[in-house]
Design a protein. Structure first.
Length: 597
């Protein structure tokens, strides 16, 4: 046997083997998943797809990676239990690409999360005229700072004391706008909504959530000695009002404890406004919307960059101009640049921008705050980084990547999934759309039903085999919806006039009431901006989205929907088996320490 015909031992590890998986409703299933292929997991909702892919394969991969760190590092990481499975072999590093919204950081933009801004900063630091410095001179996250001083140096063994004075200075050229500190917007507080001037602090004058005078804030205010807690705020002197609202952080010792006092407005800016609006709790968001108004920074015009960073140009464009362009237009502009010695940089930048266009995000701009991206846009944005990554032999896991996508965009998404596979990666996709199932190399169909009626492997093989398998998924793979013969009559209309949020161009539309209305269009056409950002707030509108339910550790589906409360009210009397006593609250007989279960 010649050396060329001999199979290398490493080439035999071409499968991810799962045996005896019992997570959630999985019933001890065995699966063999080919590596470096696109595998799609199908089945009705609740059949066990996520339990197999996320709770078993991805969870064990993450747990094993965490165990490679030192004990010290592991102490800062969550403790992950081993999934309920007998055998898991052939795992590689798992990267989950989900549809969670991006950015709890108000400084995060589309350009920063995809590293395109970093490439542009290097480009402008090399080609921009006038030359103003290193790439950090174009970063809105780096402030310009300068300093100088004298340092006394004593040299050992020198005669006459050996002391000398050395004068030092430093200068760091950053790109951050000093007025808005790189935020692009400035905030204006409505003081009449921030506090009730007819009340004192002890009477609850402040309307800021969490600022109870019975808690730490009240103790700090009372112990600071800057103002009278029982005097109405309308009678405060200008000095007292400035100390309450605007005072910079100062260290104080209150009740024997070292604490920091800070004015109310700087504290709000630090604790609330540093987060993206979508990441705020509902009551915090309502407070911010009521009390604070935002407008573009008058110094930088919302670009976040100082005048020096905006003065460096390439072919008449600044880096702020480049970030404000549509990605599709920016890609064409970069394609026309020539720079000897910078060809690798331009090629890398061009490939990343072309990936934006290919994935259907060419309508976005790099200065778009990442927190304003929809779930589908966020998932595809995460793909951009992986498409340009040098990593191979990685397992990428996608959770319904085509949900909410236009049929045209689904084809683009399929092409990107195949592109990831062709780089030598294993791609696992949980999906329902026939268009994505049809491009799979391997299909695992779970079911046959949901919950206790699922958790088994109904089919494993090719797409053609799935069609002829007789499973529920196979039977409905080629189904298409049919138009209704009759439709309901609308009972009224919701009027939207002059909608101009994000990319909307003064849209006027009447949404009929009492009927099922579908808002359609390709990704980025303005559907979410029209519905979520333009509906009249005074109307009785309930938004039901795919965001995670934020509840306490005692929250479960029964308590969230109110079923548990109604069950408790109809219980004849609190007995050991009644819903009242079994409810996950402290009203029941269980000790508080055991309540969470």
């Amino acid at each position: 046997m010649t050396e060329s015909s001999t199979t290398h031992p490493a080439d035999t590890h071409h499968l991810i083997r799962v045996q005896g998986a019992r997570e959630n409703n999985l019933q001890g299933i065995d699966v063999e998943i080919p590596k470096r292929r696109l595998t799609v997991f199908t089945g009705v909702s609740g059949s066990g797809k996520s339990s197999l892919v996320f709770a078993t394969i991805a969870a064990e991969s993450q747990r094993m990676i965490n165990e490679t760190y030192s004990s010290f590092v592991q102490g800062f990481m969550p403790s992950l239990p081993r999934p309920d499975v007998d055998v898991l072999e052939g795992l590689t590093t798992a990267i989950i690409v989900d549809q969670e919204r991006m950015g709890a950081n108000s400084r995060s933009t589309l350009g920063t999360v995809t590293d395109v801004n970093a490439l542009l900063r290097i480009l402008f630091s090399r080609l921009g005229t006038p030359h103003i410095g290193s790439p950090q001179a174009f970063s809105f996250n780096v402030a310009t700072v300068s300093g100088k001083g004298a340092l006394t140096v004593e040299k050992s063994g020198a005669k006459g004391g050996g002391k000398s004075v050395e004068r030092k200075s430093f200068h760091v050229q950053g790109g951050q706008c000093p007025h808005c500190e790189g935020m692009g917007v400035v905030s204006d507080f409505d003081l009449t909504a921030l506090f009730d001037s007819s009340k004192s602090l002890n009477e609850g004058a402040l309307t800021v959530p969490g600022y109870s005078m019975d808690g730490w804030y009240g103790r700090i205010f009372a112990g600071s000695g800057y103002f009278d807690m029982d005097k109405p705020l309308g009678k405060y002197t200008q000095r007292e009002l400035d100390d309450l609202l605007y005072k910079e952080p100062v260290k104080l010792k209150i009740e024997g404890i070292n604490l920091t006092y800070q004015g109310v407005i700087p504290q709000i800016q630090k604790s609330m406004l540093s987060k993206d609006r979508e990441a705020m709790q509902p009551h915090i968001r309502a407070f911010v919307d009521r009390v604070i108004t935002f407008q573009d920074c008058p110094e930088c015009g919302g670009t976040r960059l100082n005048e020096i960073a905006r003065s460096s140009l390439i072919e008449g464009r600044s880096i702020a101009d480049a970030c404000a362009m549509q990605v599709s237009d920016l890609a064409e502009w970069v394609r026309g640049l020539t720079a000897p010695g910078l060809e690798p940089l331009l090629e890398n930048l061009q490939q990343t921008l072309d990936a934006f266009v290919q994935i259907g995000l060419g309508y976005l701009s790099l200065d778009r705050p990442s927190g304003t991206l929809s779930g589908g846009e966020a998932q595809r944005t995460k793909m951009i980084r992986h498409l340009s990554s040098a990593l191979t032999d990685v397992t990428y896991i996608f959770d319904e990547p085509t949900i909410g996508l236009h049929p045209h965009d689904i084809q683009n998404m399929n092409a990107l999934l195949l592109q990831l596979r062709d780089k030598g990666n294993t791609v696992l996709v949980v999906e329902h759309k026939p268009e994505t199932i049809e491009v799979a190399d391997h299909v695992v169909d779970l079911g046959p039903r949901a919950g206790s009626g699922g958790g088994t492997v109904c089919f494993e093989g090719t797409v053609e085999g799935l069609r002829s398998s007789g499973t529920l998924t196979g039977q409905h793979l080629d189904d298409r919806a049919h138009l209704k013969e009759t439709v309901r009559e609308a009972t009224g209309a919701l009027e939207i006039r002059g909608a101009s949020r994000n990319n909307l161009k003064k849209v006027d539309v009447d949404i009929p009431l009492g009927v099922l209305v579908a808002i359609t269009g390709v990704a980025g056409s303005g559907k979410s901006s029209l519905i979520h950002g333009s509906l009249p707030t005074e109307q009785e509108v309930v938004a039901i989205d795919q965001g995670a339910i934020r509840g306490s550790r005692r929250s479960n589906p029964a308590t969230y929907t109110g079923c548990w409360s109604r069950s408790a009210r109809h219980s004849p009397r609190p007995t050991a088996s009644s819903p009242l006593c079994s409810a996950p609250t402290r009203r029941g007989p269980a000790p508080p320490a055991t309540v969470p279960g």
